[in-house]
Design a binder for this molecule. Structure first.
Ligand code: HEC
Length: 109
């Protein structure tokens, strides 16, 4: 009897912890689909919908090793602060920037 109650308590605790962990990881995980939507709305006119770049805009392939070797922090910084002809996107939320970086990572061959 004593053991049964203890096991039930442990199982409830484990279930609660797992549910909590799932909620936290869902909130923290970058959303590639959301990043793609933002990319199509704000970035595709210069980078192409698939991120491969446009000759006329002199944008390179975001899937290239040169871009992919940049750290998440470098990519986030580039998107937020701009560089050369790349405009600064200071109105994006940190969440949107993180999703954009996740989308750029998903382009990697
Ligand atoms: C007005 C055109 C334009 C728009 C819009 C634009 N970019 Fe860019 N982007 C550029 C250009 C041009 C470069 C190259 C800058 C350089 O190297 O001087 C660049 C570079 C980059 C780079 C670095 C890659 C590299 O080759 O150094 C990333 C990452 C990037 N853009 C992401 C984005 C994202 C994400 C968005 C949307 C939020 C966006 N860009 C919107 C023009 C644009």
């Amino acid at each position: 009897m004593e053991t049964t109650r203890k096991n039930f308590g442990t199982a409830t605790l484990v279930a609660a912890l797992l549910a909590g962990a799932c909620l936290v990881s869902t909130a923290a995980r970058a959303d590639v689909a959301a990043g793609e939507a933002t990319f199509k709305a704000k970035c595709a006119m210069c980078h192409g919908a698939d991120g491969k770049g446009k000759e006329a805009m002199k944008t390179g392939d975001l899937a290239s090793a040169d871009v992919q070797k940049m750290s998440d922090a470098d990519l986030s910084g580039m998107i937020t602060n701009g560089k050369g002809k790349m405009p600064a996107y200071k109105t994006l939320t940190p969440e949107q920037v993180k999703d954009l970086v996740a989308f750029i990572r998903s382009l990697k061959k």
